[in-house]
Design a protein around this ligand. Sequence first.
Ligand SMILES: [Zn+2]
Length: 1119
Amino acid sequence: MNVNQSAPPVPPYGQPQPVYPGHHQSSYGGQPGSTAPPNPYGVYNGPVPGYQQTPPPGVSRAPPSSGVPPASTAQVPCGQGAYGQFGQGDVQNGPSSTVQMQRLPGSQPFGSAPLAPVVSQPAVLQPYGPPPTSAQVTAQLAGMQISGSVNPAPPPSGLGYGPPTSLASASGSFPNSGLYGSCPQGQAPPLSQAQGHSGAQPPQRSAPQQASSFTPQASGGPRMPSMTGPLLPGQSFGGPPVNQPNHVSSPPPQALHPGTQMAGPPGPPPPMHSSQQQGYQLQQNGSFGPARGPQPNYGSPYPGAPAFGSQPGPPQSLPPKRLDPDAIPSPQLNELPPQQKTRHRIDPDAIPSPIQVIEDDRNNRGSEPFVTGVRGQVPPLVTTNFLVKDQGNASPRYIRCTSYNIPCTSDMAKQAQVPLAAVIKPLARLPPEEASPYLVDHGESGPLRCNRCKAYMCPFMQFVEGGRRFQCCFCSCINDVPPQYFQHLDHTGKRVDAYDRPELSLGSYEFLATVDYCKNNKFPSPPAFIFMIDVSYNAIRSGLVRLLCEELKSLLDFLPREGGAEESAIRVGFVTYNKVLHFYNVKSSLAQPQMMVVSDVADMFVPLLDGFLVNVNESRAVIISLLDQIPEMFADTRETETVFAPVIQAGMEALKAAECAGKLFIFHTSLPIAEAPGKLKNRDDRKLINTDKEKTLFQPQTGAYQALAKECVAQGCCVDLFLFPNQYVDVATLSVVPQLTGGSVYKYACFQVENDQERFMSDLRRDVEKVVGFDAVMRVRTSTGIRAVDFFGAFYMSNTTDVELAGLDGEKTVTVEFKHDDRLNEESGALLQCALLYTSCAGQRRLRIHNLALNCCTQLADLYRNCETDTLINYMAKFAYRGVLNSPVKTVRDTLITQCAQILACYRKNCASPSSAGQLILPECMKLLPVYLNCVLKSDVLQPGAEVTTDDRAYVRQLVTSMDVAETNVFFYPRLLPLTKSPIESTTEPPAIRASEERLSNGDIYLLENGLNLFIWVGAGVQQGVVQSLFSVSSFSQITSGLSILPVLDNPLSKKVRGLIDSLRAQRSRYMKLIVVKQEDKLEMLFKHFLVEDKSLSGGASYVDFLCHMHKEIRQLLS
Ligand SMILES: [Zn+2]
């Protein structure tokens, strides 16, 4: 084996090439590739309208002006007042100042939010179509309690955690009475929960057969410490099936536990204790009262839906070890004041907790490396830190699947409705402890492939006939082994050199590509970066141009390098623009840079070749000079109009002329209204929201950008767009080219240097430095029986199989959906092979191969046991976010809910043991599906609040499209960390708590992050000493609301918090700007938007309400 790290021979590069043999653009007017003429631009003089040879800059040379900047442009506005300055582009749901944040009457800040029903009903249910009355939903699950098929219920945790007895105010504007202060236990809901489980409980995620179920109960909801149960040992343990009653494959006969029968209805459960009704003001609205099971008139509010009442109750028998509320001491229940009991008929602690699931997985799977040698293993969660050992299957860092056990037939798959998808991140960055894929060089013959299906050699290929031939694992074709690749087999039929060859023993590796894999049968030149800077009035005024030019000087030393290369092979070029474009000649031999202006933007061409793309080290002095001069040259500009499509066109033409792939970094501020191709108009119209035309807000307003993107992809021209809008810029249209070329979009609304500098600089640095594969094509091959049918992500497809990416970085994912086209077979399983052909940043053409083997099943239970909810949500979010381009948003939401209900109903019907219809039973692996799905449904794209702009929605939509599983996970369910609860000396990250207001205590400080936003929430009752240590002011009232930088103070708390923020930022691919929010402050609404378990201002359901709704949907399907 030759693991060759050296580059193949490539044409000389790095210097201005005197001749461009291949260039034949018409723009050059038929001028032959001139042979480095002394005046290469001469040809453009005269004949080309709009072209002006210009004197060296430095001479003050302001571009032509097209008018005085309107005052409005100058001063405005972010439309969002105070929020704008916080970059609402990322804070997708900044409240508008007119929205009043009101707690719902009847709701309480502690514990009762989910049941805040009456008032909230219409809004809560609105997304689901005909709303049931509040009575129905709440009654149905009233007292829904978890009876996870768990082992001995952990002792009710956290006595102190019950809702505060003294809570009086139900309306939420944080009366000073200290709503939070009255909750002594505010200290830690989550903690108590965690404690309740730790130790005794086995890992739940590894308990494949375990199901979680909820049983309506009569009493007001003993606070069960969450449903997580015991854990079953991992699949490999073959542990006792005690807790596995819910699968047909493991009937739990003996298990029926008489004591559990109470659970449930089919009949109405016993009435609540009358005492519980005291003070429950919602009662008269019907939301309170005897918890009812199915009832005859249940279905009436849902026209057309089958009535539940007519359905005979299912068998009463229950699986063993369900939690029996009556059988378990529930001290804290007894301690609750009556009103609290009633309000907790559904105990938020008793429904599946994301925090608990994450914690359990960390505890159970974080310590051992994940070894990929076994087919169909479900990897640890993305939230768990673990090491991966590649023993033949691709690391989950490269590929994650919605299920690792695929139904054998399409009928089964249709029945279950579980999407079969893989989220692939071909160039994922690995932690330092894990080795990058080996590079294999098969010499001139290139990588060995199957003759028929073209799959690449991999560990699953079977060598036969003594090693002279191999049978393709994808198509079964028998292929000859080329003589130079021949090797003997051992007694097991394995090649004796298997472990010496990455392609025979590893899941992921690279091949050096031969010239056959290159465009025009020619090895590629190294890529180029072109920086294209808007120098219109807004860009100058905000300080952006000066900041950017300053930063670029140092940034150019950090261009991506390959391996141990001393300097980057990437060449750079510079363009500035407003309604005309300015190209710069920065050839090393010049004393000063030269500017060429192209004002004929309708027919874009590149006025110079030699000297435009240069090696940084060679031209450093000229580049520095240019970057010094740009801000001065345009300092007095009054030009407010910009073009956009011609900018991309120019960059792409420049790469074409240089015959290389590359990336454009475009820094742009406004809607391109100047007369030019791709000119846009302001078509923002919020009145379209919730109409059939809402989809047009997500669609580009002209097809020009798709056409341009197609040309870019053909050239390997990737576009990264940095937007600095003060108002609507039509992100939906401007992001088309970045999206289709594998690029990224960054948005800094109302950019101001002082506020946004750090974030922009950090993003830019990371974006420039990151390793990118250029001019890439990805193909996913599968073994017979399934095939890739649909793709989601930032790329272009010109046929049904090849994913084309002008650029692909280590953060972008492609989600691929599979469908059956034949029967699969349990014995052989199913194989995926993802092959990515790309050009490295040094210009080397390579193939990266990832292989993954999955199991196949004939029992649905096996499917449900091997699913990954985080990956399912990634797929579902992308599916929905693409759906809004073509369908009304409501239709998209309904589709998701229906699919989710079908998935869970199928499990209930086919895999769970018989139980009361009043029970909600969820597969263990999917018990978080409802809570996560609800977060997707109420996200800004699918259910925007009044303050979310059209651009924000388009921006988030395209961001999510390329997110990996970890990113969608935290984006939809943010991480909320208490900062002041754990001992100051503790060095570990504080344990997260659930994203709900009732988990906050006003005596504490919390940090919330979702991968894009970072908040610190300060409770009004925080001790002065803490305030002083963190903010260097003497009291809560002196803390500046909206603060974005914590003072650097020399005390343990300050160091700890700032350290935590740094570490969180390092984990995310984009810089998260900090916003300090004070309790009761106006900005708090912004923060509350991210408390996703609560009902949202835009009408999104609370977790509890949504769970009730899902339960109803499931029951309808089952009836
Ligand atoms: Zn084949």
